[in-house]
Design a protein around this ligand. Structure first.
Ligand code: SF4
Ligand code: SF4
Length: 411
């Protein structure tokens, strides 16, 4: 009888699935720790096994896509993952959920199992994505701060700087939605650390969530080259997720001598004093999923003066992780609600990642509550996000003179 086993592997990332199966005892702890895995009734090991079984039952990519698509539990487990790593913390084998889900998303993307409308506006390695479009439509530019690039030509042109001390990486949400705050932080970083250049790119996390892992790494490699050409020996990141991605990219590109440091740690090292009093009322620190070892949280608490009196800490995802909102938007809202439900009226929730701040702000616009939502930088500097304006701008740009252009470049 002819074997149905394909001679060419249909799954690009089967090695990751075999590795996970080899390390999984099927204890079930991960499933119990996760609402999405519980809904799918699958452990991480079973996700890997189901993918390989679907491959064995298929002879063509189309057949494999149909077999995976016909398994709603598997689709739920892969596309419904926030990449929050709560399950990993319960796994005695420390199985890496991010490796597994990123690999599965790569295969889903190749097989056409993630619809284009889920990622077309967040291709952050292209000229236009939702962030660059927002900045262009609303006149947010940083040419004067992006010194590692040359601007203009001839006698009036400004050559690229190669003598920077520091590169500052605000991340896509802060650079787009908080331009005054971005500029204020930049000025402080330069004052404290010497000549600085702005890296105004995204770290590529949205590409990874959409199954474009290699493109995300290539984007970070390009940023690493920008840092090399700037001469900077220190990279200051606001978000722990950007710091993780750039640490790996710098290492990959032979730039391990460039120190990646969180903003709070950088400010502390330079004797910075916060420009604001702490807000009244209880403070709830929202730990970022990407702040795996809690160092960003700890450094921020230290800078804000919480050592002796630690504030309450939220763990778990804000709802933005893993682009789950593109698959099950109601789960992003439920996740944000679940975290914010711990904050009593009159308290302030303080986030580490500006995308978490955005996510809570969006949820509180939909469902107002009597709490304040601040990124940690807003407790340190005078400038703030103005979320009412941001959401009005975001909504408005799809209409009027830019609507057709946006639909064309992001559609
Ligand atoms: S990372 Fe979070 S959402 Fe994903 S499977 Fe683990 S616990 Fe569930
Ligand atoms: S917790 Fe770890 S070992 Fe247990 S089922 Fe999940 S992945 Fe496997």
């Amino acid at each position: 009888m002819m074997s149905r086993r394909p001679t060419i592997a249909l799954l690009e990332c089967s090695k990751s699935y075999w590795t996970l199966i080899g390390q999984c005892t099927q204890c079930g702890h991960c499933k119990k720790a996760c609402e999405s895995l519980t809904a799918a009734d699958m452990t991480l090991g079973e996700i890997a096994r189901a993918l390989l079984e679907a491959e064995r039952a298929s002879t063509t990519p189309e057949e494999l896509a149909a077999n995976i698509g016909a398994n709603p539990a598997l689709v739920q487990a892969v596309r419904g993952c926030f990449l929050c790593t709560s399950c990993k913390n319960t796994c005695f084998a420390h199985n890496d959920v991010c490796d597994l889900i990123h690999a599965a998303r790569v295969d889903f993307q190749r097989l056409g199992l993630i619809p284009r409308e889920c990622w077309s506006s967040v291709l952050v390695d292209q000229e236009w994505d939702i962030f660059t479009a927002y900045r262009a439509v609303h006149g947010i530019y940083y040419q004067d701060l992006t010194r590692h690039r040359a601007w203009g030509e001839g006698p009036d042109g400004i050559p690229a700087a190669t003598d920077c001390e520091v590169a500052f990486f605000p991340g896509c949400s802060l650079a787009s939605y908080g331009p005054e705050l971005t500029r204020e932080i930049f000025a402080t970083v330069e004052e404290l650390g010497g000549k600085t250049t702005l890296i105004d790119s995204c770290c590529g996390s949205s590409l990874k969530s959409a199954g474009f892992y290699d493109r995300a790494e290539a984007l970070c490699d390009r940023i690493a080259e920008e840092i090399r050409s700037s001469g900077a020996r220190e990279l200051v990141c606001v978000c722990p997720g950007c710091a993780n991605a750039m640490r790996a990219a710098l290492e990959r590109n032979g730039l391990g001598h460039v120190e990646v440091i969180g903003l709070a740690a950088f400010l502390t090292a330079h004797g910075f004093t916060p420009k604001r009093e702490l807000p009244d009322g209880p403070i709830f620190m929202s730990k970022s999923c990407s702040d795996r070892d809690g160092s960003c949280l700890e450094e921020t608490c230290g800078l804000l003066g919480f050592e002796g009196q630690p504030p309450t800490i939220f763990n778990g995802c804000c709802g933005a992780g893993g682009a789950v909102s593109a698959f099950q938007p109601e789960r992003q809202a439920a996740q944000a609600d679940s975290k914010l439900s711990f904050a009593p009226d009159g308290s302030t929730v303080v986030t580490m990642c500006p995308t978490c701040t955005y996510t809570y702000a969006f949820r509180m616009m939909e469902s107002p509550r009597a709490i304040a939502n601040k990124h940690y930088a807003e407790l340190l500097f005078e400038s703030s996000f103005d979320w009412d304006t941001v959401f009005s701008n975001l909504n408005g740009m799809w209409y009027g003179e830019y609507g057709a252009w946006l639909a064309q470049v992001l559609g």
